[in-house]
Design a protein around this ligand. Structure first.
Ligand SMILES: Cc1cc2nc3c(=O)[nH]c(=O)nc-3n(C[C@H](O)[C@H](O)[C@H](O)COP(=O)(O)O)c2cc1C
Length: 191
C-alpha cells in the first residue's frame, strides 16, 4: 500500500493541531487506502533553514535535513494539517517545505485546515502557491473545519459528520492521484 504522511503543522503548546491531526491519521488508517505515518513538526524540531545549498541539489550539510529528507521520501502522498495564523499558515510549515525540493515532487497533497469562520481556508490558499512550486499536486477535495475549539475535549477531536464525509472524499482523491503519478515521482526520486 502507498504511504500517506500526515504533517501536523502547528507547534505551540496546547495546539489544536495535535488532536485534529491524530483524528485525521486514525480516520485515514480506517479508510484503508494508505499506510499512514504522522510527522509532527513540533517533535521533529527542524531549526530555521541553515543549509548553504539550494535544496534541489540535495547537498545537505546537516544531519537533521538528511533525516527529514529520508522521512519525506518514505511517503507517497501528504496531508498537511494547518491552522490559520493571521490569514496565513504557520512558519513551521514553510520551513519544513523549504528544507527539501525533489522529495516533494509529484506527490499528491491534501489539506486539513481549521480556524474561525473561514475554517483555515486562507492558509490553504496560500499553501497551494507554495506546494505547486515544489511540483506537489494539491487535490481539490479538502477538509476545512470552522470553529474547531468546541469540538475538542480532553485532547480528543470529535468531527461533525460533514467533516468525515469531506475526509473520505479527500482520501479517495489522494488514492486516485497517487496511483496516477507514481511513475513520475519515482523517476524524480531515483535522480
Ligand atoms: C498567532 C495566531 C494567529 C491567529 N490568526 C487567526 C486567523 O487569521 N484566522 C483564524 O481563523 N484564526 C486565527 N487564530 C486562532 C486559531 O484559529 C486558533 O488559535 C487555533 O487553535 C490555532 O491552531 P493551533 O491551536 O493548532 O495552534 C490565530 C491564532 C494564533 C495563535
Amino acid at each position: 500500500m502507498p504511504n500517506l504522511m500526515v504533517i501536523i503543522g502547528s507547534t505551540r503548546p496546547g495546539r489544536a493541531g495535535l488532536p485534529i491531526g491524530q483524528w485525521f491519521a486514525d480516520f485515514a488508517t480506517k479508510h484503508g487506502g494508505f499506510d499512514v505515518q504522522v510527522a509532527d513538526l513540533a517533535e521533529i524540531g527542524l531549526p530555521l533553514l541553515a543549509d548553504p545549498h539550494h535544496p534541489r541539489l540535495k547537498k545537505y550539510v546537516h544531519q537533521h535535513t538528511w533525516d527529514w529528507s529520508a522521512k519525506v521520501e518514505s511517503a507517497d502522498a501528504f496531508v498537511i494539517v494547518t491552522p490559520e495564523y493571521n490569514y496565513g499558515y504557520p512558519a513551521a510549515v514553510k520551513n519544513a517545505l523549504d528544507h527539501l525540493s525533489q522529495e516533494w515532487a509529484y506527490a499528491p497533497v491534501g489539506f486539513v485546515s481549521y480556524g474561525g469562520i473561514a475554517a483555515g481556508t486562507r492558509a490553504v490558499q496560500q499553501l497551494k502557491q507554495v506546494v505547486t512550486t515544489l511540483r506537489m499536486l494539491p487535490v481539490f477535495e479538502s477538509v476545512n473545519i470552522p470553529f474547531h475549539a468546541p469540538l475538542i475535549a480532553d485532547g480528543v477531536f470529535t468531527p461533525a459528520g460533514s467533516t468525515e464525509d469531506a475526509a473520505t472524499a479527500m482520501l479517495d482523491e489522494l488514492v486516485k492521484v497517487e496511483a496516477g503519478v507514481r511513475q513520475l515521482r519515482s523517476g524524480v526520486r531515483a535522480g
